[in-house]
Write a protein that binds this ligand. Structure first.
Ligand code: NI
Length: 399
């Protein structure tokens, strides 16, 4: 096992056999990654792990989701929830880990193997030392396509939940550091798709056609002026074109060209502005180049703004377990999206980041083929989430 900053006092909450079983579980999940809503073996494995804890209730929900109810000390106490996401990404792994993915082209490149494992770890801790009220352990599918949280909410299983907590691994921070900031911690993540329809022609005689490729080139550049020329410099926004498709041969002007992109923002005004400017520019460029334009855009997950009270519960938990100095600021605007935001629209809660870099290790971005979370972050995530649930449950019992 690697060196770590996890203090012995924290590790002692986990009997040796639990430590070993969590590490085995994480490695198993990492080695057998499955894509969003296809997490069948993952779900089965997690179901079996939770069944060993004799939860009062263990159900499969939303296809590949699993929910366990860990009994609290007081019947009738408030119910809180801890959520871990379980899906992987369509990436070919290049970590060289001994437990690297055996599923070609699929990889746990966002650390959801560790999230699933620390959520099971939190269940262990809460079964041994329960919160005031019951805790729902939510193993959620399909975070990467931003559909899993909604699917879980739609089942109604969270209808009586008073607070919900979740966390993400982050290799910008060492194991033992935790980010539990109040305010904006994840952006709204939306998508758009624009099809430009022109008139095909021979590449040698452009005057006989309407070239959608030239229109697309102008469109891509002009879209970048929205953030630089339309948006208040004091506001955060990103427009990225990530996919372009057109043509089949060097000497043919194609009929159509299409592009897809993502829009990121924090506040609703910025979000609406970016969407409407994308449409304006696409329509006017299409007109200029004598093209037709079909625009699809979709509002995806909302931003996450951690409210004061739930984040104070998480900070209290981190301070108690790891000391105040373990709390570090994010120190950047995270334009990434996270579908945990869907829960927070309905249920109070907060979302934190757990350091996942080995001491002296490299900073590797999530969604890269080399990404892996330091193993010991499992224990920090499990202990912090379990303790946050206890603190929240006690606080909510008083109200
Ligand atoms: Ni993720």
């Amino acid at each position: 096992m690697s060196q770590s900053n996890v203090p012995q006092e924290l590790k002692q909450f986990f009997p040796k056999e639990v430590q070993e079983s969590l590490i085995r579980l994480r490695r198993h999940l990492h080695q057998n990654p499955e894509l969003s809503f296809k997490e069948e073996r993952t779900s089965q494995k997690l179901y079996e792990e939770l069944a060993q804890l004799n939860p009062v209730e263990l159900v499969r929900v939303a296809g590949t989701g699993v929910v366990a109810r860990i009994k609290g000390r007081n019947p009738g106490g408030p119910t809180v929830a801890v959520r871990g996401d379980i899906d992987a990404l369509p990436i070919q792994e290049a970590t060289g880990l001994e437990f690297a993915s055996q599923n070609d082209g699929v990889m746990h490149a966002c650390g959801h193997d560790v999230h699933a494992t620390w959520t099971v770890g939190a269940a262990h801790l809460l079964a041994k030392d329960p919160a005031a009220g019951d805790v729902l352990i939510i193993l959620q599918p399909a975070e990467e396509i931003a559909k899993g949280a909604k699917a879980i909410l739609d089942t109604g299983i969270l209808d009586k939940v008073s607070a919900i907590f979740g966390a993400h691994v982050d290799r910008r921070f060492e194991v033992g550091q935790v980010v539990a900031d109040e305010g904006a911690v994840a952006a709204a993540a939306d998508m758009f798709e624009i099809e430009l329809v022109g008139k095909g022609a021979h590449g040698a005689r452009p005057q006989e056609g309407n070239d959608p490729v030239v229109g697309m080139a102008a469109l891509i550049s002009t879209l970048q002026t929205i953030v630089s020329r339309r948006l208040d410099p004091g506001k955060a926004g990103v427009i990225t074109v990530g996919t372009v498709r057109a043509g089949s041969a060097p000497n043919i002007i194609p009929e159509t060209a299409m592009l897809m992109g993502t829009i990121r923002s924090f506040d609703p005004e910025t979000r609406n502005l970016l969407h409407s400017e994308v449409k304006n520019i696409a329509n006017s460029i299409a007109e200029t180049f004598r093209l037709k334009c079909n625009i699809k855009s979709e509002y995806g997950t909302p931003p996450i703004n951690n409210p004061a009270e739930p984040i104070s519960w998480a900070r209290q938990a981190v301070s108690a377990l790891l000391g105040k100095e373990a709390l570090v600021p994010l120190d950047m605007l995270n334009m990434g999206g996270e579908d945990f935001a869907c829960y927070m629209k309905k249920i109070p809660g907060c979302f934190i980041r757990i350091g996942a870099r080995e001491p002296g290790g490299e900073i590797i971005p999530a969604h890269s083929s080399k990404f892996h979370a330091a193993e010991e972050s499992i224990f920090v995530g499990a202990a912090v989430l379990a303790e946050t649930a206890r603190v929240a449950s006690t606080a909510l019992s008083r109200t």
